[in-house]
Every structure is written in C-alpha cells, then in structure tokens.
Design a protein around this ligand. Structure first.
Ligand SMILES: C[S@@+](CC[C@H](N)C(=O)[O-])C[C@H]1O[C@@H](n2cnc3c(N)ncnc32)[C@H](O)[C@@H]1O
Length: 337
C-alpha cells in the first residue's frame, strides 16, 4: 500500500471507530416507541460486548415489546477496549427477552452463536439475518455508508442509523431524501456529539476527554440520525417571519432561484425556487416544502428548468455576482408563498 492510500485508509478507519453513547441512543429512540412492538431488531455493526445499541435494546426489550434482538459483531483483530476478540470468527447474539422474570437480560438468556465469516454486513449469512429483521438500528462504519444504505433499501428495511450530515449530498442518498424515503431523526439537529473511541485512537482532535477509567472520547460535528421511521417533528411547520425583498434575497447568476443563506430566513411570500443550506433538512416538513433538487442535480443536467438559459459559465454551484456559493438544496413552498 502506498503512503497516501494507507493514510486515507487510516483516516477512514478512525471515523469508522466511533462508538455511540447510551444517552444519544435513548434521546432518539424515545420518539419511536410505537414502531417497535412485536418487531425483530437487528444491530449489524455492533460488538454486543460493548455496543450501547445492544445494551439499550436488551434492557428495554419488554418496555418496547420487542419480539427478538439480533446483534452481529464484525471481526476486528486489534485487541482494544472495544474489540476484545480472541478468535478469528465473528459472533452474533440472539435475545428473546427476559425468561426468569428478573427483568434483566442475564447471560444465560442471551444465545451466543458463531458466524462462519467475519460478520461483514454484506456477507450472505448476515443478509439472512437482515431478512429476518423488521428494523435495523446502528451506527454503521462511515466509510461504508453508501453501500450500507443501499442494502437497507434493497431489502426494504425500516431503519434508524447514525451518519454524518454531509452524506445527504451523496448522489446515492439525496434522491432518497427528495423522494421522502429517508429523513433525519429529531434528536440531533445542531452542535456536536461525544463518541467513544478505541484505546489506540490518536487524540489529536480539538475536543477529547478521557474518563476516570481511562476510556477515550471525542466530540464529532455534523452527526445526524437517518431514518425512514415516522416521527412527529418532521410534520411540524417551520414558522416563518421574513418577507421577500429583492435586496435581501438576491437571485443567482445561473439559477432561476433566490439565495436564502439561513433556513430561518426563508421568506414566507416567495413562490419561486430558493437555494437553502443543507441544514434546512433539520427543519424539513414535506407538507410545507417541496425539494426540487440540489446544485449537484443542476450540474448533472437534471434541473434544466432552474438553470438560467443565458448562462454559459459553471453549473457546479449557485453563483451570485460571480461568487461561488456553498452547497445548496433547491426548494419551493408547497402551499403557495
Ligand atoms: C462507527 S462504529 C459503531 C459501532 C457501534 N455500532 C456503535 O455505535 O457503538 C462502526 C462499527 O462497524 C464495524 N464494521 C466495520 N466494517 C464493517 C462491516 N463491513 N460490516 C459490519 N460491521 C463493520 C466496526 O468494527 C465498528 O465497530
């Protein structure tokens, strides 16, 4: 492996090793209780010995009324806090709820089984488990976010997963948002979140912490829950206060749309197209707004109705007075404007 490749794989590996904290799982899951009754939940990127997803679902099994919990672990030969694998084979756990009435998931109630392969979510035996599942919940490796979501779509699964909000700009992900087949969960819409990291993780990040047991944590920006489970917040209207004026809302040089650089400033009385930041998706109510596309679509020649027909320059982004704007989503009011 050359130096650049090994560096980028190291970077990838680092982002793949962020371990979700229990309070973040609890804050999100409380919005979905109604979806889980009598369901098989599958956590397929989770070492059950350390995963807080396994912890959460096993301890809340009765509260949620689950039918079964399956958790597969990906083989990782590095011995560290988070992956204490002694054997080459990956394992998976099945839990059917409390059997002895003490309301605690005891070791003898959890069936530990061996997988033939390494537990990669794309392996045939993991796909068999996926088929059995109703809802998949986890924080998958960031570097595999695209194939991970593609697999959930292929098998038509309900899901609740953690990712980075920049993933919305992926050409595989944005069409799902536009088609209302994927949206953000309600509990994280700004700021950063703390994740556990393995012992060997280099703490060069600005915000890190080591707790009294020596466990390491970093704070990560841009984290979001991605889901296709219904929740109430996404049907709440964004309250708008601003009136349109040509001075405050300039038109792009190349798009037939106005620039709105902050979601809260969307004018209530503009009927045409508007370019908004991707953080708009934190407030997106599909009954209030229509997503027309993204600047990426214009570049691909997909949104010809938006493109200024006289424009001969670049189409990679919106431009205002020759200045290239940040990445934008193009939207429109649904109930007039
Ligand atoms: C971001 S970490 C999250 C771990 C755990 N889900 C959590 O939230 O605490 C991603 C996990 O996916 C595992 N993983 C990496 N590649 C995988 C693959 N191809 N199939 C399944 N799991 C994988 C890694 O070992 C790591 O534990």
């Amino acid at each position: 492996m050359n130096k650049t490749a090994s560096l980028s794989s190291a970077r990838r590996q680092k982002k793949d090793d962020f371990y979700t904290q229990l309070p973040d799982i609890e804050s999100e899951l409380r919005h979905y209780k109604r979806h889980f009754r009598d369901k098989v939940v599958y956590c397929n990127c989770d070492d059950p010995r350390v995963s807080n997803f396994f912890e959460y679902f096993s301890k809340n099994f009765e509260h949620l009324g689950l039918k079964k919990l399956i958790t597969t672990c990906y083989r990782n030969q590095q011995r560290d806090l988070f992956s204490r694998h002694d054997c080459e084979q990956a394992i998976y756990l099945e839990y059917f709820g409390d059997q002895d009435g003490n309301k605690v998931p005891d070791a003898h109630e959890i069936e530990v089984k061996h997988l033939k392969g390494d537990g990669d979510f794309r392996n045939a035996e993991c796909i068999e488990l996926l088929k059995e599942a109703d809802i998949v919940v986890t924080n998958p490796p960031f570097s595999l976010f695209r194939p991970y979501v593609a697999q959930l779509m292929e098998y038509e699964k309900m899901f609740l997963i953690i990712g980075n909000m920049n993933a919305v700009t992926y050409k595989e992900i944005f069409p799902l948002i536009k088609a209302d087949r994927l949206w953000f969960g309600p509990s994280i819409s700004s700021g950063d979140r703390e994740f556990g990291v393995p012992d060997h993780y280099p703490l060069t990040a600005a915000s890190y912490r080591i707790d009294s047991n020596g466990k390491k944590y970093v704070r990560v920006k841009g984290v979001r829950w991605f889901t296709n489970l219904e929740h109430n917040k996404r049907h709440e209207d964004l309250i708008l206060y601003r009136e349109y004026s040509p001075e405050e809302y300039p038109k792009y040089d190349n798009y037939d749309a106005i620039e709105v650089s902050r979601t809260k400033d969307i004018p209530k009385n503009w009927g045409g197209a508007m370019g908004v930041p991707i953080t708009f998706l934190d407030k997106y109510n599909p009954e209030q707004f229509e997503i027309l596309g993204a600047d990426y679509d214009v570049k691909q020649g997909l949104l010809s109705e938006i493109l200024n027909p006289e424009w001969t320059g670049k189409t990679d982004r919106g431009y205002i007075n020759g200045k290239r704007m940040y990445s934008r989503i193009l939207i429109k009011h649904k109930r007039g404007g």
